[in-house]
Design a binder for this molecule. Sequence first.
Ligand code: SME
Length: 162
Amino acid sequence: MAETLIIEGGDKAARYASLRGQLAALLAGEPNRTARLANTAAALKQTFDWLWVGFYLIDDEQLVLGPFQGPVACFRIAHGRGVCGSAWARNETLVVPDVDAFPGHIACSSASRSEIVVPLRDSYGDVIGVLDIDSERLNEFDDIDARELEAIAALVAHGDAA
Ligand code: SME
């Protein structure tokens, strides 16, 4: 299929619904993990225009910067550090309504106000990295984002034949 994305206007749920099917079709043709992560970051950025959308992948006991869209970001995050390292250590999605209120938050961009981090798991359920999204608005993310982004994280992580 052509690598295009057409997102209808509307509320958050409508945008996720529009994105979901198209992303599944897009990823179905590509087994390489880097390529899948790259276009997933681009599709999320294009759909919601958040400040930063990207992936960190576990490498040598650290999270290392992977494909992303947005301003330059820190290369490496230790286990348990910041929102990303905490989501990895706890193996759970973290929704942070106000990053200044999260102890140990790592400020890659001073424009970031709220954040969501979703673990990326392989087919055995082991964490292989995280999907990290930052917004310039406080309180941007809620249960709908957590549910939808967990589904997208599962979609992008699996089917990896690379
Ligand atoms: N804020 C993250 C660091 C990564 S950047 O936001 C891209 C954290 O606290 O883990």
